[in-house]
Design a protein around this ligand. Structure first.
Ligand code: SF4
Length: 267
């Protein structure tokens, strides 16, 4: 039996709209991104690379010299979160691992997560994630996002930590925003773990059914127009939810995403 590899991005898309999942992952379609979005995305990738290299003790001067914004943001971030980056490492016995990947089997799927940084001690483990776009105003929305849910769930499922011993913190770092870096932390519990397990099982069973039907020629379901998401969706014309405007960007065939290297997307 072939196991389906599933990431948090795919779970989010599936929860948002199964048809969008179809267009994006099964048909591999995407709309070209604007130059501004491309620049923002590249900057985010550079910041992640910087943090990874710094954590691994690799030289970062070249990265910093070529990008003053990167240098400024790193400086502000280290000042805002000194507890994460102790200057005296000789007394820090934590396990620290950047770009830490975990994969585990759940029903007929292989679930994969990649933490920007994992800091683990005997009775405590912290998942850190860097974001380079504005902090969402709605904390509940972020709590419900599958990145938060799957990342916490995965750590408990693949370690000896109890749910209450793990947490996940997002750090929002943005160039030229005029705002200092800010964080949001989610603590975990047995109750949340159980709920995540149930919701994950339901979603993955749905996916299995959708894929079986898709193989028989049946499209994945669309969401209702009344949810208000179709107008801003790049597939609205394809879904016959809007007329195609003259300047609508063409939908192009994309290559299959590499789960481990998917660029940061705003949540
Ligand atoms: S237009 Fe609406 S139904 Fe179609 S993929 Fe987008 S969100 Fe889903």
């Amino acid at each position: 039996m072939t196991l389906l590899r599933v990431s948090q991005q795919q779970l989010n898309l599936l929860s948002t709209c199964p048809r969008k999942f179809q267009h994006t992952y099964l048909e591999q379609l995407t709309a070209p991104v604007s130059p501004e979005e491309e620049v923002r995305s590249d900057w985010g990738s550079q910041f992640h690379l910087l943090m990874q290299q710094r954590e691994m003790g690799l030289p970062i001067d070249i990265l910093l010299e070529t990008d003053p914004e990167l240098k400024q943001c790193l400086h502000e971030f280290l000042q805002a979160a000194p507890e994460l980056f102790p200057a005296d490492k000789s007394s820090d016995f934590s396990f620290r691992d950047p770009e830490h990947q975990r994969t585990f089997k759940f029903e007929n799927c292989l679930l994969t997560v990649v933490y920007d940084l994992l800091i683990a001690q005997e009775n405590l483990a912290r998942i850190l994630d860097w974001k380079t776009y504005p902090r969402p105003k709605n904390r509940h929305y972020l709590a419900q996002n599958w990145q938060t849910r799957l990342y916490l769930y995965s750590l408990v499922e693949t370690s000896d930590y109890a749910p209450e011993q793990v947490s996940m913190t997002y750090w929002f770092v943005r160039p030229n925003s005029g705002e200092p870096p800010a964080s949001i932390t989610f603590h975990y519990s047995h109750q949340s773990h159980q709920k995540n397990r149930e919701d994950l099982a339901e979603l993955l069973q749905q996916l299995e059914g959708y894929l079986e039907n898709y193989a028989q020629g049946q499209a994945l379901p669309q969401i209702s127009v009344t949810q208000g998401l179709c107008q801003s969706c790049q597939f609205s014309w394809r879904c016959q939810r809007t007329d195609q405007p003259k300047d609508s960007p063409a939908i192009v065939l994309n290559s299959l995403p590499d789960l481990d290297r998917i660029k940061e997307v705003s949540i």
